[in-house]
Design a protein around this ligand. Structure first.
Ligand code: ATP
Ligand code: MG
Length: 341
């Protein structure tokens, strides 16, 4: 079935209120999206499905004023702060990184796979990870990889949004989220971790900000061994030294080298539906891509693929589409220009 057929069936069963069939076709669409490499879409759908199942479970009638009622109000406050709750199918094969970083990630994952052995020997488990480096180089992707490899749900918190919207409530809410995450055995992903430092610079509310930083310090110090916190930033300098010291591992992501650019191109074209006519052309392109992030390189390549696919002269029914290298070169150059590289 094509994606459109799934959408038609979803509309039909949704309007007919046929929950059972709706769920079954949604699950099929998730499988279909995974098989057709629309992993992000599959993850989002899975997440929507899980949330709705959870909501249905909680949605039994609630008497106003009962404990349950207050619990639900509190839950809502907490869930307002959660940007996303995701599950992930990403594995280490989905990310291109230098061997040293790959080894570090693998070791971190292994520690949690074999946490029983470490605990048996009373050895501490590394569970606080800071990922830093330029935008578009795989920090968020690496967190998805860890969640996928460990098969854990991940709560994504945008500290920037939390801190700026409700500074006064932040300490309380962070504590609640950490507690909830450890009960549900979720990974906590703190994106824009540097916003903790930034706000201190221009907010009048120094006292409150200090309290937030202190709360985080305490939450880190008392984090159960099986819980995992991953923080990401592209401005490590903005982060308080006391906070930096709390991390067990600090991993630095960098712009791709020529070797990694080549691997990224291979990863992006791994399905074999899109190819370059002339293999040696890629060498020139790898050089041209130097200075761009993984994200920018992949974006220009995917746009070149789309444009090549829409080309009127493309032979219909051909199994392979050749990528128009002139278009790709133009896209790379305009990306570099717009980023001032
Ligand atoms: N190392 C990588 N290997 C493979 N793909 C990558 C890599 N880095 C980035 N990408 C591609 O770029 C997209 C965006 O990357 P990601 O969100 O991980 O960047 P980031 O480092 O978190 O950036 P930001 O600091 O802006 O949040 C990824 O979803 C992936 O498609
Ligand atoms: Mg990110």
């Amino acid at each position: 079935m094509s994606q459109f057929d799934y959408i038609k069936e979803i509309a039909k069963y949704g309007l007919e209120n046929d929950q059972e069939k709706l769920l079954s076709v949604l699950n099929e669409l998730i499988e279909h999206s995974k098989n057709t490499k629309k992993l992000n879409f599959a993850i989002q759908l899975q997440s929507i499905l899980k949330d709705s199942i959870r909501l249905q479970k909680n949605n039994s009638l609630t008497k106003v004023g009962s404990d349950q009622y207050f619990n639900r109000i509190e839950d809502k406050e907490v869930s307002d702060l959660i940007l996303e709750k995701i599950t992930s199918d990403y594995t280490l094969s989905n990310i291109v990184i230098e061997d040293k970083i790959k080894n570090e990630l693998e070791f971190f994952i292994e520690e949690h796979h074999k946490i029983d052995i470490l605990q048996q020997f009373n050895l501490p488990v590394s569970n606080k990870l800071l990922l830093h480096g330029p935008s578009g180089c795989g920090k968020t992707l690496a967190s998805y990889v860890i969640a996928g490899e460990l098969n854990k749900m991940m709560i994504v918190l945008n500290l920037g949004a939390i801190v700026s919207s409700k500074l006064g409530e932040t300490s309380k809410n962070l504590s609640k989220i950490f507690k909830k995450a450890s009960l549900d055995d979720c990974i906590i992903f703190l994106d824009e971790f540097d916003s903790l430092g930034k706000i201190r610079d221009y907010s009048q509310d120094h006292g409150e900000m200090k309290r937030v930083v202190n709360t985080i310090l305490q939450l880190f110090d008392y984090l159960p061994q099986s819980s995992i916190v991953i923080a990401a930033t592209n401005q490590k300098d903005m982060i308080d030294d006391a906070l930096l010291r709390r991390f067990d591992n600090i991993i630095t992501f960098s712009l791709p080298t020529e070797k990694e650019i080549k691997e990224l191109i291979d990863l992006t074209l791994k399905d074999g539906q899109f190819k370059f006519k002339n293999k040696s052309i890629t060498k020139q392109f790898i050089k041209e891509c130097k200075g761009l992030s993984y994200y920018s390189i992949q974006k220009t390549l995917i746009n070149a693929i789309k444009k090549s696919l829409f080309d009127k002269n493309r032979p219909i029914n051909s199994l392979v589409t050749y990528i128009d290298t002139n278009i790709w070169m133009e896209l790379i150059q305009s990306e570099k220009k717009s980023l001032g590289i």
